[in-house]
Design a protein around this ligand. Structure first.
Ligand SMILES: [Fe+2]
Length: 328
């Protein structure tokens, strides 16, 4: 099993749900309140869950982990959305979103981008008819190429987290990684050179960073990845060939993971790349619906593009770059 799983016992699932219901009962379910208090509340999560997440984080060995068996009421969550909506940090979280934040805050600090889904920190992933052919999370008629989430940006997430609201057709998330012997040392040397321009995914209203960077970084015997096969350029023929070999290795190592209702999936965004195969949506309110967030180990490194020290929204597009002058 490439993604290590933790199945909640019935008692653990009930305990998690009761923590969430307590927050709802006290009407403390505003997004900003939940974010500001999540670390203290998450301390009440079952010990087995906390150990599972902390071991993953500290040992830095697994590609990803999944906590399964969370209680999601298919009726109360309502229909799978058909379009994005706007909300801010004062908005009310659903019970499932509170659960999602509590788990995520065991890993680090959750954050979002102003350029994605109207700046909502919690993104909704579902098929959208008008975007069905786009290379975005809403596209369904498109094989979404393998990528590190926000590979183009220096403040990209350490972890990508998903929470399954429903997935009746078992649409798979595609995940890949690099094995130690996949590439020659010469190819790895090439990929460590700053000879690549990594672009953003289509549809992301962001300022591209036209700087040459490496495709791999960290330790050469076990490198971290920084790639977007949807949008990436090489400086010369040698780096182009190295990137081709890397892409081949990632394609060879691709496996499928089906996020089910109630699954909390964590992908290490430095060790894995991900994509999604195309599928045929129903567009009847019962389609695959996942919640998505980003988690960083260090929220302070992005202070120059956040409006306030406590804001979790990163400003990534040109329009707001002008506005962002006030931060400096
Ligand atoms: Fe992605």
């Amino acid at each position: 099993m490439k993604i290590k799983e933790y199945m909640l016992t019935t008692n653990e699932a009930k305990a998690v749900k009761s923590i969430v219901l307590e927050i709802e009962k006290k009407q403390e379910n505003r997004l900003s309140w939940v974010l500001n208090n999540a670390k203290v509340i998450a301390d009440k999560l079952p010990c087995g869950v906390k150990k599972f997440i902390y071991d993953f984080k500290v040992n830095d060995k697994e590609l990803g982990v999944c906590i399964k068996g969370n209680l999601v009421d298919d009726t109360s969550i309502g229909n799978t959305p058909s379009d994005f909506f706007t909300r801010d940090e004062k908005s009310i979280c659903t019970n499932e979103e509170i659960m999602f934040i509590l788990y995520s805050e065991l890993l680090g600090f959750t954050f979002g981008w102003n350029s994605i889904q109207n700046g909502n920190i919690i993104n909704d992933i579902f098929p959208m008819k008008k975007d069905c052919k786009s290379a975005t999370s809403a596209g369904s008629a498109y094989d979404f190429g393998m990528h590190t989430e926000d590979a183009f940006h220096p403040y990209r997430a350490d972890y990508l987290v998903l929470f399954g609201m429903r997935n009746p057709d078992e649409v798979a998330t595609l995940i890949s990684f690099l094995k130690p012997d996949d590439l020659s040392s010469e190819t790895i040397e090439s990929l460590f050179k700053k000879e690549f321009v990594v672009g953003a995914n289509v549809g992301q209203n962001v300022t591209e960073i036209e700087e040459y960077t490496s495709a791999l970084f960290g330790c050469k015997s076990s490198p971290y990845l920084k790639v977007n096969m949807n949008n990436m350029r090489s400086l010369n023929q040698k780096s182009k060939e190295a990137l081709f070999k890397l892409n081949q290795a990632l394609l060879n190592n691709t496996f499928k993971y089906r996020v089910q209702q109630g699954d909390f999936l964590v992908l290490d965004n430095l060790k894995t790349v991900h994509g999604r195969e195309k599928y045929v949506p129903r567009y009847d309110g019962t389609d695959r619906w996942l919640k998505r967030m980003q988690v960083t180990n260090d929220i302070r490194k992005s202070r120059d593009i956040r409006r306030s020290a406590s804001s979790r929204v990163l400003i990534a597009n040109q329009m707001l770059e002008k506005e962002a002058a006030f931060i400096k």
